[in-house]
Design a protein around this ligand. Structure first.
Ligand code: ADP
Ligand code: MG
Length: 410
């Protein structure tokens, strides 16, 4: 299929050409016509497959074709982190370079001047707001945001936006929006419990499910069984002497992230960390330096686990086993973007074997355990015995794989 077949407005097509896209990805092929037709939508597709353009292109087209040409707030895009809101806003600016569409990113942190600037833009009008929930609510509470002309609500990383942490904020935001609107949800994962909640905010939605909750195909996944005290040496041996572009290391806690950064700095690696204890200016600067390849290794909490698109990440390391399987899918999806390949390695310590088995069972396959380099010594042993997947893996009578609500193959 070709982009021209969508009959998108000329300025939108110029934006597509300028981005260098040659043909639409599968999610774009499926979602763009439905959005142009005006349907509500739940769209799931693997990480790095172009979901952003799948909602931005038809959105820009529809705003351009709107007979109401005033500069009122027409669309609201909500994302879970400031970094993702900034990135979506940047992509929107790229695609709408040739279209007369104005947008503003509304996200927390930063100075009071930033808040005033957002306030002015919200009052004088912009077509599209890309926001994080907390910051948007601060503005909404002050009473000057007029959403009466709003036609589109988009939740990126929708399952995260509707999970317990964010749901009250999202429902509050929705209470400010017109009922008559088009609502679009996008994510790579969509647990059933969350999918049920979408009934509350969608109207007769269409659904697209391309490999829900599966890591992208081009991510080569493997794991090491490794004691905590061996992990830094293991990272050193994985990175040293190899021509790796960018490496992203996830740790579960801020303190963990800080400790890894210090340990790797001591070993003279070109490394920085990002976590929520940093000022927003520092967070943005670190992200920019990483994107520009000025730093090779970024150590991060889950604030960069979702949505962040950096071209050259060739290796993702999970310093700890992620809290749940969705987090795993999103973290490993920071590599192998846009049909490239990448490697994702997970470190499993002796206490995390059961947790990792649960992730494997969610994914429906086991992940290869690599042998530790001899210089590091041996790690903990993988105990096949407690493998839940093996115990229940379809062999036991009465267990039906398709009953697993999180298994997207069904
Ligand atoms: P997702 O939201 O599905 O994880 P993104 O929207 O961040 O993925 O896109 C991943 C990368 O693929 C981005 O760098 C984007 O510019 C690129 N991309 C998206 N669509 C296309 C396309 N049709 N052709 C080439 N590259 C694309
Ligand atoms: Mg995305």
């Amino acid at each position: 299929m070709k982009f021209t077949e969508f009959n998108l407005a000329e300025p939108v097509m110029e934006g597509v050409d300028a981005m260098g896209y040659e043909k639409p990805s599968p999610i774009q092929e499926a979602a763009i016509p439905l959005i142009l037709e005006g349907h509500d939508l739940i769209a799931c597709a693997q990480t790095g497959t172009g979901k952003t353009a799948a909602f931005l292109l038809p959105l820009i087209h529809r705003i351009l074709n709107d007979p109401d040409k005033t500069n009122t707030l027409k669309a609201l895009i909500v994302a879970p982190t400031r970094e993702l809101a900034i990135q979506i806003d940047q992509q929107l600016e790229g695609f709408s370079y040739f279209a007369n569409i104005s947008s503003i990113a509304v996200y927390g942190g930063g100075s009071g001047a930033g808040f005033d600037q957002e306030k002015r833009a919200l009052q004088t009008g912009a077509h599209v707001i890309v926001a994080t929930p907390g910051r948007l609510i601060s503005h909404l509470n002050l009473g000057y945001v007029n959403f009466s002309d709003l036609n589109y609500l988009i939740l990126d990383e929708a399952d995260r936006m509707l999970d317990m942490g964010f749901l009250p904020d999202i429902m509050k935001i929705i209470s400010f929006l017109p009922k008559d609107r088009q609502t679009l949800l996008f994510s790579a994962t969509m647990p059933d419990g969350i999918r049920k909640l979408t009934e509350r905010i969608l109207n007769n939605p269409r659904q697209i499910n391309l490999a829900v909750s599966k890591p992208a195909e081009n991510v080569l996944q493997a794991a090491y069984l490794v004691y905590d005290q061996q992990k830094i040496a293991l990272i050193e041996s994985l990175i040293l002497g190899r021509d790796l572009p960018l490496v992203l290391i996830f740790a579960s806690t801020k303190s963990g992230v800080k400790e890894i950064e210090i340990a790797l700095k001591r070993k003279k690696f070109n490394v920085n960390a990002i976590h929520s204890d940093l000022e927003q200016e520092q967070r943005t600067e670190v992200m920019n330096r990483f994107k520009n390849n000025d730093i090779q290794i970024l150590v991060a909490t889950d604030i960069v686990a979702r949505g962040i698109d950096v071209d050259d990440i060739s290796l993702v390391i999970n310093y700890n086993v992620p809290g749940d399987a969705e987090d795993y899918v999103h973290r490993v999806g920071r590599t192998a973007r846009a049909a490239k390949t990448g490697v994702a390695l997970t470190f499993i310590n002796e206490k995390e074997i059961g947790k990792f088995k649960r992730i494997e069972s969610f994914l429906g396959n086991s992940i290869r355990k690599l042998i530790m380099p001899a210089s590091i010594g041996s790690g903990p042993e993988w105990k096949e015995g407690d493998d839940t997947r093996k115990r229940f893996g379809g062999k036991k009578p009465g267990f039906k794989r398709r009953n697993n609500p999180r298994d997207s193959r069904n």
